[in-house]
Design a protein around this ligand. Structure first.
Ligand SMILES: *Cc1c(COP(=O)(O)O)cnc(C)c1O
Length: 285
């Protein structure tokens, strides 16, 4: 609830203008072609005239959810971890959307083999849709006195019970991880075919685990597809700076048959919206 936390979002409509005085934004991996943003941060930190003071922390998502399902690579995350460690900067991973198994492993950063200093978890953490969020941090970073971080509704007691049950049921072994990776291959294959068929309209498809996005050149296409899915009783959200990315985020426990049913609905929606547009395309000679 601090002003700095409220100022962290990149979203211009949601950000509190008075709240981000202590926030400095850096380009994510792939934000600009040819820009190595870790090298850029290193330069800012070592250049006395850069205008950037050494920050307390760097915070990021390993897959930007609302930002449009932008995926950071293992190599980029490793270099960022190495740089922040060398400069004594805390690395905070907001794993609220990408964590809890969404990318296959429990934490979204495990594939890169990095260890953040602080991890934010929430959303599906309670396993039951109950309000529950937490911060994991190393004991040596604990600045609170006992009972100091209090509030009326902190720590919903029922959610503690369901979260424990979910963690015990799903994370005692790697069965759910294997399930997610297995279904990821179904999604990837489907996406490759869709991308090929509708290449003129799709800018990119990307993601990890059961967290994928289809980026359309035109936001109106993404909106119409999402609406057509809703008419078939399937909710599919959009993300990205212009809401141009259709977001595939099925329940992790979904069966393969149900996933394929969902992909069929989405496919029909895409065909319905883009079929006419495809006819209007100039034919290459
Ligand atoms: C939803 C979301 C939040 C906010 O989570 P709360 O539990 O409502 O505080 C923060 N970060 C990301 C990436 C999210 O998706």
């Amino acid at each position: 609830m601090s002003s700095t936390a409220l100022g962290l979002t990149g979203n211009r409509d949601n950000r509190q203008p008075w709240a981000d005085a202590h926030v400095f934004r850096l380009p994510y991996e792939g934000y600009l072609d040819g820009l190595d943003s870790v090298a850029y941060l290193e330069k800012l930190l070592t250049d006395n005239s850069s205008g950037l003071d050494v920050p307390a922390a760097v915070i990021l998502e390993t897959v930007q959810g609302e930002g449009g399902v932008n995926v950071a690579s293992a190599g980029w995350l490793q270099r960022l971890r190495e740089l922040t460690r060398r400069h004594n900067i805390l690395l905070i991973v907001d794993d609220i959307q990408a964590g809890c198994g969404r990318t296959g492993e429990f934490f979204s950063f495990e594939f890169a083999g990095i260890e953040p200093d602080i991890v934010c978890l929430s959303k599906s953490l309670s396993g039951y849709g109950l309000p529950f969020s937490l911060l994991l941090y190393k004991p040596e970073l604990d600045q609170w006195s006992p009972g100091e971080d209090n509030g009326t509704f902190r720590g919903n007691t029922t959610a503690f019970v369901t979260a424990r049950a979910a963690l015990t049921a799903f994370w005692a072994d790697d069965a759910l991880s294997q399930h997610v990776f297995q279904l990821e291959s179904v999604v990837k294959q489907w996406l490759a075919e869709i991308h090929l068929r509708f290449a003129p309209f799709i800018k990119a498809t990307r993601g990890r685990g059961l967290f994928y996005g289809i980026e359309f050149h035109q936001p109106e296409h993404a909106r119409a597809i999402s609406r057509a899915c809703f008419e078939q009783k399937m909710i599919i959200e959009r993300a990205g700076d212009r809401d141009q990315v259709v977001k595939l985020m099925p329940a992790l426990t979904i069966s393969e048959a149900q996933l394929r049913d969902g992909l069929d609905i989405l496919q029909r929606a895409i065909e319905g919206v883009l079929a006419d547009a495809l006819l209007d395309q100039p034919i290459a000679v």
